[in-house]
Design a protein around this ligand. Structure first.
Ligand SMILES: Nc1ncnc2c1ncn2[C@@H]1O[C@H](COP(=O)(O)OP(=O)(O)OP(=O)(O)O)[C@@H](O)[C@H]1O
Ligand SMILES: [Mg+2]
Length: 231
């Protein structure tokens, strides 16, 4: 299995630089990237996926250099992306979203996604516009899984979901990780992140500020205040 290695990555928008030399490694253990609003988490996710050009540094996945590749090639290298804000197609049904990505001998099938998220099976014929926020999130994750990723990159999957749905989603993701799925999770919800990941990396003003264990962060209001601006 491949490691994702991010070295000295700089990226931004126009003349505004947002990432100032980010270093991060994801191996077999799931990693959570956390930090306050506007710190550059989504910008980093977009840089990994080739949706935002890097101006310095390199990103490699196993022996593939991702920097400079198209988003399609990066997905083909094995990275499945769940963007922040879900972005399902309003007029495609749940089943259509999944079937158009189904590969003949891929590890994932629509059937497997329905086993992971039984709720989606009940909404098979519903259009994207007729799904609740939680259902859309499950569909966005199911769609990413249909590309048979070896690494799943999720940007705030718990955002805007009711606590019971967050819990359900967390359990499903834990099952995936137990089956060997590699994960880089961007999150603001500490409980959710720490239920999935032992390692938490803090991004602050476009730089990695710290790496802490989820146990340590959960038990310290001071650290939560310092790194996440909560508590
Ligand atoms: N399309 C864009 N054009 C210009 N600036 C942007 C754009 N998207 C984000 N930014 C700016 O880049 C910085 C980092 O934004 P980013 O979305 O990466 O933060 P984030 O850590 O994901 O925040 P959040 O937790 O709110 O999702 C912010 O200052 C933001 O205003
Ligand atoms: Mg974001």
């Amino acid at each position: 299995m491949s490691d994702l290695i991010i070295s000295g990555v700089e990226a931004g928008y126009g003349h505004v630089r947002v990432l100032h030399g980010v270093n991060l490694k994801v191996s077999d253990k799931p990693v959570a990237l956390m930090g306050r609003n506007g710190m550059g988490k989504s910008t980093l996710a977009q840089a990994i996926m080739g949706l935002n050009a890097t101006t310095a540094g390199t990103i490699t996945y196993g022996d593939v250099t991702l920097t400079g590749l198209s988003p399609t090639k990066i997905a083909n290298a094995g990275i499945g992306y769940v963007p922040q804000g879900r972005r399902v197609f309003p007029s495609l049904t749940v089943d259509e979203h999944l079937r158009i990505l189904e590969k003949r001998n891929g590890q994932w099938s629509a059937k497997k996604v329905y086993e992971l998220f039984p709720r989606l099976a009940e909404r098979k014929k519903n259009g994207g516009a007729m799904l609740s926020g939680g259902e859309q999130q499950m569909l966005a994750i199911g769609r990413a899984l249909m590309t048979n990723p070896t690494l799943l990159l999720m940007d705030e999957p718990s955002e805007g979901l009711a606590p019971a749905i967050v819990e359900h989603l967390g359990n499903s993701l834990r099952d995936l990780v137990a089956q060997g799925q590699r994960v880089l999770l961007i999150e603001q919800n500490l409980r959710f992140a720490s239920n999935l990941c032992d390692e938490i990396v803090i991004l602050s003003n476009g730089e990695i500020q710290a790496t802490v264990s989820s146990k340590e962060l959960r038990s310290s209001a001071d650290l939560q205040n310092k790194y996440l601006g909560v508590a």
